[in-house]
Design a protein around this ligand. Structure first.
Ligand SMILES: Cc1cc2nc3c(=O)[nH]c(=O)nc-3n(C[C@H](O)[C@H](O)[C@H](O)COP(=O)(O)O)c2cc1C
Length: 174
């Protein structure tokens, strides 16, 4: 699949099956985050946590407010959740943008490998608010979890698209 088709074919998955992503594939996906643009090149102030601990995922699920739209879990059954954290004291707005770039790079890498994903944000306030959950991430002092990507597989093969699935208004100023 070429790069443009890969970009068009990335979709959010919200019904993962029980198949786990191999360590090798997780490693390739994580490395894509290291190719993302990051404000002022502050790569050393980022942290990536590959979370596969079922107990942690269950505790987070229990700590999240019940939302019928999220069905059973904020992770939709995914067994692997990759969390991007950053040191946020100086430039918190940039750190959020950095995290988004890193997560998106990982989502594209996953799609290129035929691996499903979904960008996750909704569960993070529950983690940030709970000392035990936060400490399970083993982040350095001053780091905050900012965004995440759940990865896994679906029963239905992922579809390929030749064009964007969403529309955004575009103004060209000549
Ligand atoms: C910053 C950000 C936060 C998001 N948080 C969540 C989330 O917590 N849960 C979820 O199911 N989807 C989340 N999404 C996925 C969006 O809902 C999804 O990308 C959007 O509806 C478009 O659908 P698509 O990804 O299939 O193209 C998030 C996406 C972004 C960029």
């Amino acid at each position: 699949m070429d790069a443009i088709k890969c970009i068009y074919s990335r979709v959010s998955t919200r019904d993962f099956n029980t198949r786990e992503v191999s360590d090798e594939d997780v490693n390739d996906i994580v490395r894509a985050a290291m190719a993302a643009p990051v404000g002022m090149g502050r790569y050393t102030l980022k942290r990536i946590t590959v979370m596969k601990n079922e107990e942690f995922l269950e505790k987070v699920t229990a700590a999240c407010p019940q939302d019928p739209a999220r069905r059973s879990s904020p992770f939709y059954g995914a067994k692997t959740v990759i969390i991007v954290s950053a040191e946020t004291k100086e430039t918190p707005d940039i750190e959020y943008a950095d995290a988004a770039c890193m997560v998106y790079a990982m989502a594209l890498a996953a799609r290129a490998k035929g691996i499903a994903s979904v960008y996750l944000w909704g569960f993070l306030p529950a983690v940030r608010a709970d000392k035990e959950l936060l400490s399970a991430l083993r982040l350095p002092e001053g780091y905050t979890p900012l965004s995440a990507l759940a990865v896994g597989y679906t029963d239905e093969p992922l579809k390929e698209f030749d064009r964007p699935r969403h529309e955004i208004a575009v103004d060209t100023i000549d």
